[in-house]
Design a binder for this molecule. Sequence first.
Ligand SMILES: C[S@@+](CC[C@H](N)C(=O)[O-])C[C@H]1O[C@@H](n2cnc3c(N)ncnc32)[C@H](O)[C@@H]1O
Length: 357
Amino acid sequence: MEAFDVRLFCPRCRRVEEDGTFVQAPLVLVGGEGPATVSDLPDGDGVLRCTDAGCRAEYPVLDGVGILFRDPGAVDLAANPPFDPLALSLEVLQGLVAGQPFDRGLAALVGRLGRLAWAAFQDWFPASLRTMASERPVHGVEVMEWISSVAPPHRGGKGVRAVMGAGFGREAWEAAGPTVLVDAHLPTLLALGRLLRQGYLDLLLPWTAASWKPVRLELPRPPAEPVRLVCCDLVAPPFGADAFQEVVATNLLDSVHDPVNTFAQLHAMTAPGGSLTITTPFAWKSDVTPRAHWIESLVPGAAGNPETAFETLASSLTPPLEIVARRTFRWTAWHTAREITLYGCSGWYLRKQAPAS
Ligand SMILES: C[S@@+](CC[C@H](N)C(=O)[O-])C[C@H]1O[C@@H](n2cnc3c(N)ncnc32)[C@H](O)[C@@H]1O
């Protein structure tokens, strides 16, 4: 399948030399032929290997999810384990998490999956579980509708779209064209892979402070076009420069350690003339993003305003990002049936300028 003609590179080898040269080493699929692309990710398990003779790093593919961390040793396997707990029967899972606080261990993991699934698919949850918050549009749907209203030419699948920090990646169901869903959280991508294969997912939603609600999420339809899953840290993504015609990152920038670096990586992966769409509430949490990394603290002249700082950064990148459209969104995040947070997000549709010919 040629739909994903996007090369995969070794995250460990990517670096910028002193003279400014960007160095990257292609990966090959062990047992495959030639440099690996996203299309070569096997449906099941496999291994990708770096072609640099001094490196030869190997990266696993698990159930179709490419796992490509620069420093696998830095991945906290307790918080980011290589399994999908939702593959257990709900009766067993409920028994295991019963009585556990929502913020620790397996309960935290299961709760995170339930909340992310709600964020992406709340309109497809059983009607009995809809709450006042469900009257709001689903963020991934609203964002993709906005993109197609401001930039109709991107509809019709010119080039590959990447959704970065995708969670359950509702965007893939809402637009034409092949989509790569990228996230650092492996259990989310493993559960998402199962949802894509089987069309439904059983999950637990934190309900009261001490109880869970079992939910069967049934998809009314599959995504219109192929979807691939890549697990990586966007600090060192396994993609080359200019890899994607369209990059979308919703509610990512304030979920990372270093938002300015992440923004620069998103810009680098966007093809010249392509689009980068970002939404974020800039709701910083200092345990996730140290105060020194909040973008309004870093950009001189921003006067503490994150939107001003963001736009200054966008225009200072090379080549610059042009603001094509800007709007605000409301995004709801589930905690329990008694606590749903409403975020005010700023959204930008940016175009990366093509070099003058
Ligand atoms: C707040 S959630 C947003 C999910 C989805 N985009 C939405 O709007 O509902 C942020 C997502 O970014 C992912 N993430 C955080 N840091 C990341 C990183 N350094 N690299 C890749 N993904 C990351 C998290 O695992 C999580 O799924």
